[in-house]
Design a protein around this ligand. Structure first.
Ligand code: SAM
Length: 311
């Protein structure tokens, strides 16, 4: 299975300047494309992968075992692996707890060094998550209207769609989806759910379709994106993660951010550019035409990298 095609992989690995004995954290391990490239450069050192989706943790566990890593420890939601002098860890958790995860893993391994040399965030969802109808992210295939990346979360997209006030729905669609027909779609959802609760992705598509003008092309993407961001509290997660980077990154260490939405980029810029403790490495980069032709998802990716210069 092709879980996910990593975006700007070589550029990110170069920017993170992986050294043999460093500690690296991939906060969004997903299909492990970036994670495996990091591990390939490490012969000693430690690489930690974090993901809220248990499927990603299982996928990467299998990949590590196939690469001759041995599982040596397990505590709470953290698995530790070893191959020669190189350690890997997988944490089923939210990246907003990056600082706690890093402390737990380094303590378990008895490290004196507890800060990361490099950290990566590749925001949003993986292709696997979108293509899996049961996860409910896709408007292309019918499935339960779920959208929780972490199944331990209490509130699904169906709960929001069937439980929110019209004004709240409209605000989410406008803010997180930049949907120009937010008002009409919110009203259409309320009308549809009065007939019967909206519980499937197809049910939501039908409600959207009935609300928008016939000439509106690709009418579902923005509403689906907005609900996904709301269900997973993505903006709050990033707000907390940027602070967790402050306490987790070593001096001269680097953090790379791959973002896909202007709100994400805004939080990243506000924190790292105005903070005074970081310098931006080069300018924001995007994928070239060749990569975009190969991988449509790369089209809206923005890559920024910052180096910590002051504690
Ligand atoms: C774009 S994919 C990452 C793909 C990965 N870089 C690769 O090469 O396969 C994003 C991943 O981040 C995870 N994710 C999203 N929000 C998260 C959060 N707050 N904490 C931890 N993982 C998160 C998703 O479950 C998904 O697997």
């Amino acid at each position: 299975m092709n879980y996910h095609e990593p975006v700007l992989r070589e550029k990110i690995i170069d920017l993170l300047q992986i050294t043999d004995e460093g500690i690296y954290v991939d906060c969004t391990v997903g299909g492990g494309g970036h994670f495996n490239s990091m591990i390939k450069r490490l012969h000693e050192g430690l690489c930690i992968g974090i993901d809220v989706d248990q499927d990603a943790i299982e996928h990467n566990t299998n990949a590590l075992l196939q690469q001759e890593f041995i599982r040596i420890n397990e505590m709470d939601d953290i698995l530790i692996f070893k191959r020669g002098d190189c350690y890997a860890a997988l944490a089923h958790n939210n990246y907003k707890y990056l600082d706690q995860i890093l402390t737990e893993v380094t303590t378990m391994l008895g490290y004196t060094k507890t800060k990361a040399s490099g950290i990566l965030f590749d925001l949003g969802v993986s292709s696997y998550q979108i293509d899996e109808p049961e996860k409910g992210f896709s408007y292309m295939q019918n499935g339960p209207l779920d959208m929780r990346m972490d199944k331990r979360l209490g509130v699904s997209a169906a709960d929001l769609v069937n439980g929110m006030y019209e004004k709240e729905l409209e605000q989410i669609l406008r803010e997180y989806g930049e949907e120009v027909f937010a008002k009409r779609i919110a009203r259409g959802i309320i009308a549809a759910r009065k007939e019967k609760p909206i519980t499937t992705t197809r049910g939501l598509c039908d409600a959207i379709k009935r609300s928008i003008p016939f000439y509106y092309k690709n009418p579902y993407a923005k509403t689906f994106q907005a609900l996904r961001i709301a269900v997973n509290s993505e903006m709050e997660g990033i707000e907390q993660a940027v602070k967790a980077v402050d306490t987790s990154l070593a001096i001269n260490g680097r953090v790379a951010w791959l973002s896909f939405h202007s709100l994400e980029d805004k939080i990243i810029k506000r924190h790292f550019v105005q903070n005074g403790k970081y310098r931006e490495i080069g300018e924001m980069q995007m994928a070239d035409k060749e990569e975009v032709d190969r991988n449509k998802r790369a089209r809206s990716a923005k890559l920024r990298c910052f180096e910590k210069v002051l504690n």
